[in-house]
Design a protein around this ligand. Structure first.
Ligand SMILES: [Zn+2]
Length: 488
């Protein structure tokens, strides 16, 4: 399938699409637009952004078509070798997962706006961008003359790109892989420092999984004028949207910039390669329910920050401050006493990514982080530092992705039990599938590590937290703490 993409009306934020489709003698073909995008497990219903859909034959005569669903169109194309499809897509959502067009930027996440022929998802996609000659393209797919190809729809859907005259590019080698930074809208002051720190945490993450399974990895940074924080993972790239650009070199902003970058890189293994079996493969047309958000988001959130500490990018003070703020979000969410982590994962398709009804749910990110932390400390404690969650994740990767299958809760539990020699039935029934047990597990984790947790409440009832290491640690606490933060 060949697509031409142009700036239809950049001022009004419309991108023009034109596709030429061979019919191969079919009387009818179905065109499908995805209903959601991987990374956000809720329906996006992208078809609502489409206007001026036209389908014609070689002579320009309109062909009959009608909708089979909100995002699937059936076309009568008997006696036509080729059909021509054109439409405009409204692109005015400058976050890390969507699309935005202006006079000087074409940023598309293809899963929003490219259609495929049902049953022909595996065909080659050629995308030609009609943008000014001097514009550069940042994308995990290699481009030449503003043209790139995807081997199938899955790959196209997973390959967001920036086309812009203002891109700043920096790259460096890491093992056999080239890491690329692309900056649009602003740039960090010290690129050498960012390279050095990225090297450290990327190598530490690589050690966990045993391989850096790609030739190129691209960080697409969209720096925005206003306060913003969002990242989305892809197989060989990530898009990270952050603002305000005026704060990019302030220490808190920069540390958060590193944290989100580390989180998204970890996803390259944990969700973009190994993935729950119910998302293997993705079905773009409907909900892909999974109860395993505590693995793909929770474990990733835990490791995103921890790897900055264990690779020496962050010091302990910075890490504990970030962990305390995560615990603060947990404590201020009354939902922790009413709904399980696994149910909250299943229901992202219902609840979306907004606060929603007070006290209804927990977060696969924050409570997922705590569940991962508890599991890591239990394995470390039981094996005297010989094994930890790192080893569980590497084996989960080997047992699922490397064998071409998805993973299940059973596989994860078996690995935790095999590594530690402990029974994790209660952990799963209380912490993953149950609710109301957080305090017990957190207190045990604090006690094992010799951490003190201080909570204060303001007049509005908001709880603030602080984490400190106890002054007089026992030998076992000191030992476990050292195992926990050991350099990777
Ligand atoms: Zn994530």
């Amino acid at each position: 399938m060949i697509y031409n993409v142009h700036l239809a009306d950049a001022n009004e934020h419309f991108v023009g699409f034109y596709a030429q489709i061979e019919t191969f003698g079919s009387d009818k073909i179905k065109l499908q637009l995805p209903a959601w995008r991987p990374g956000r497990y809720e329906l996006g219903n992208f078809a609502k952004n489409i206007r001026k859909l036209k389908i014609s034959d070689d002579k320009g005569a309109s062909l009959d078509f009608y909708k089979l669903s909100k995002d699937c169109w059936e076309i009568n194309c008997s006696n036509h070798q080729v059909i021509h499809v054109s439409y405009e897509y409204f692109a005015k959502q400058p976050d890390a997962g969507a699309c935005y067009v202006s006079e000087s930027l074409l940023y598309l996440n293809p899963v929003h706006c490219f259609m495929y022929v049902v049953g022909r998802e595996e065909e080659l996609f050629t995308i030609k961008l009609d943008v000014p000659k001097h514009w550069q393209i940042a994308c995990q797919l290699t481009s030449a003359n503003h043209t790139f190809q995807a081997q199938n729809f899955d790959q196209l859907a997973d390959s967001p790109f920036f086309a812009s005259p203002n891109l700043l590019h920096h790259s460096f080698g890491l093992n056999q892989t080239t890491i690329h930074f692309w900056f649009e809208g602003g740039v960090v002051a010290d690129m050498a420092l960012l390279e050095e720190q990225t090297r450290k945490y990327a190598l530490a993450q690589t050690k966990i999984f045993g391989e850096l399974p790609l030739t190129d990895y691209h960080f697409l940074y969209l720096i925005l004028p206003d306060k913003f924080r969002h990242g989305v993972e892809h197989a060989d790239s990530t898009v990270i949207a952050m603002g305000p650009s005026s704060s990019i070199n302030e220490i808190d902003f920069y540390n958060d910039f590193l944290a989100i970058s580390s989180h998204e890189l970890f996803h390259m293994w944990n969700i973009k390669r190994m993935r729950p079996e119910e998302m293997w493969p993705y079905d773009f047309t409907k909900e892909n329910y999974s109860r395993l958000g505590y693995i793909y988001e929770g474990v990733t959130t835990y490791y995103g920050d921890l790897m900055l500490l264990r690779s020496g990018v962050w010091n302990l003070e910075t890490y504990l401050k970030s962990l305390a703020s995560d615990l603060e979000r947990h404590l201020n969410n009354p939902g922790r006493n009413h709904y399980s982590l696994a149910d909250s994962s299943f229901d992202t398709w219902l609840d979306g990514y907004v606060p929603g009804v007070k006290g209804r749910k927990v977060s696969i990110y924050m409570e997922g982080l705590i569940a991962a932390w508890v599991a890591d400390i239990e394995v470390l404690n039981q094996t005297k530092g010989a094994l930890r969650l790192d080893d569980v994740m590497r084996e989960l990767y080997n047992h699922s992705y490397k064998r071409g299958v998805g993973y299940s809760q059973r596989m994860y539990q078996e690995l935790l039990e095999n590594m530690s020699g402990l029974n994790f039935d209660t952990y799963f029934s209380e912490l993953i599938d149950g609710f109301g047990h957080w305090e017990k597990y957190l207190h045990r984790t604090f006690e094992l590590l010799g951490l003190e947790f201080f909570i204060s409440e303001n007049e509005l009832g908001y709880l603030s937290c602080e984490l400190k290491i106890k002054d007089n640690l026992s030998f076992s606490q000191k030992e476990l703490f050292e195992f926990w933060i050991k350099r990777a």
